[in-house]
Design a protein around this ligand. Structure first.
Ligand code: GLU
Length: 391
């Protein structure tokens, strides 16, 4: 799962959409694309490869408009090629959708659309099926003439109806050529944040994509839907209830998360380690009493003393960090500790003992297998905690 950026406002959308993608670039991706609505028409550029290749396409053929969405893809369904890059479109070509995640029942949804006569699929992705489904529901509901306000409502309803049929995970952003100042987002299992600006609003899979433009953010929860125009937004649940969400102030700046003078993010992270460790402990060590209060653990000393076994689970770099943690915990606390790959932990029957404490570790807090392991661990009744780098 990779990056999403959306913009609705009065500025030129393309530079914001490209800039947002660049700020998510460190997460890795295989293709990039964007779609902008201008004069009631959808204009798109997308390609396999780097954001620089997309930027080159845009330089050759500029895309104007102040409503748009962009995406970096990490392929799960279909090869890495231009056709499979996002955005994807509905059968009418007027709706554009970007998606992070996996639509698990895409094949049965697609079969049904094909049975109803839809023969216009252009990619192999699960995402395109969702675009076609929303587009069909919207077109059917707009069969009679409807004004622009009515079209917005119907588009939003079409997204809700389609998502209720989806099994799987998604963070999505979409626009439709019929409604030139309106963007819809939704999430389930894939993160999505709304950036609230002055006369403009943003969507992003991570706040770092938009923090250069606004520090006011609303972190959406699973099953939240958002409809945004330049001057207002409304958040509701997939079940249809309007929900109030606090607007949070983002505390870091765009510079904090840039590459600085380093050629790569990895090098920057390596050199930042001493400071990162110092920052993580700052204000939490109590040398007078030779103790520490690390927030988040929320366990009283007697509860800590009851821990007889620790399981650390994660994937990739988080798994390596867990391996270091295993040695440290055993050395310092003398508690038997084991490390398990999150993708394995989910599926095997780890013996359960009441004194076991499970830590799920994920840098982003989004790693699907680690979240799966965390849920499975809770379901089995283990005491379960999560560690991530991301508020
Ligand atoms: N499943 C979608 C695809 O393969 C989205 C992948 C992603 O999260 O980037 O295109």
């Amino acid at each position: 799962m990779c990056g999403i950026v959306g913009y609705v406002g009065r500025a030129h959308a393309t530079p914001i959409l490209l800039d947002g993608l660049r700020r998510l670039e460190y997460r890795g991706y295989d293709s990039a694309g964007l779609a902008v609505i201008n004069g009631g028409k959808l204009d798109t550029r997308k390609c396999a490869g780097r954001i620089a290749a997309l930027a080159k396409l845009v330089r050759k053929q500029p895309v104007a408009g102040s409503l748009g969405i962009s995406h970096t893809r990490w392929a799960t369904h279909g090869k890495v090629n231009d056709e499979n890059a996002h955005p994807h479109f509905d059968a009418s070509g007027k709706l554009a959708l970007v998606h992070n995640g996996v639509i698990e029942n895409y094949q049965s949804l697609k079969d049904e659309l094909v049975r109803d006569g839809d023969t216009t699929f252009r990619s192999d992705t699960d995402t395109e099926v969702l675009a076609h489904l929303i587009g069909k529901l919207y077109d059917d509901s707009c069969a009679s003439t409807v004004d622009v306000a009515g079209k917005k409502t119907r588009l939003f309803e079409a997204v809700c109806t389609a998502l209720r049929q989806v099994i799987g995970t998604y963070g999505i952003a979409l626009v439709h050529a019929d409604v030139p100042d309106f963007m819809v987002g939704a999430r389930r299992g894939s993160p999505l944040v709304l950036g609230v600006g002055n006369g403009e609003n943003f969507l992003a899979s991570d706040v770092s994509a938009i923090v250069a433009y606004t520090r006011d953010a609303v972190y959406l929860n699973d099953f939240d839907m958002v409809a945004a125009g330049p001057d207002k937004f409304e958040i509701s649940s997939l079940a249809g209830d309007i929900t109030e969400h606090p607007v949070s102030k983002v505390e870091f700046t765009a510079e904090d998360i840039g590459k600085g003078d380093y050629p790569h993010y990895m090098l920057k992270e390596i050199f930042e380690q001493p400071n990162t460790v110092r920052d993580a402990m700052r204000g939490r060590l109590n040398p007078e009493e030779c103790t520490a209060k690390l927030g988040g653990l929320n366990m009283a000393p007697p509860q800590l003393r009851d821990v007889g076994r620790i399981v650390l689970t994660g994937c990739g770099t988080a798994l390596h960090a867990a391996r270091v943690g295993e040695y440290l915990i055993e050395r310092l606390a003398n508690i038997p500790t084991e490390v398990d790959y999150a993708s394995e932990f989910r599926h095997r029957n780890t013996p359960m003992t009441p004194e076991t404490l499970v830590f799920a570790i994920s840098q982003s807090g989004e790693t699907a297998d680690t979240l799966g392991a965390l849920r499975e661990s809770r379901r089995k009744g283990f005491r379960t905690l999560g560690i991530c780098n991301n508020a």
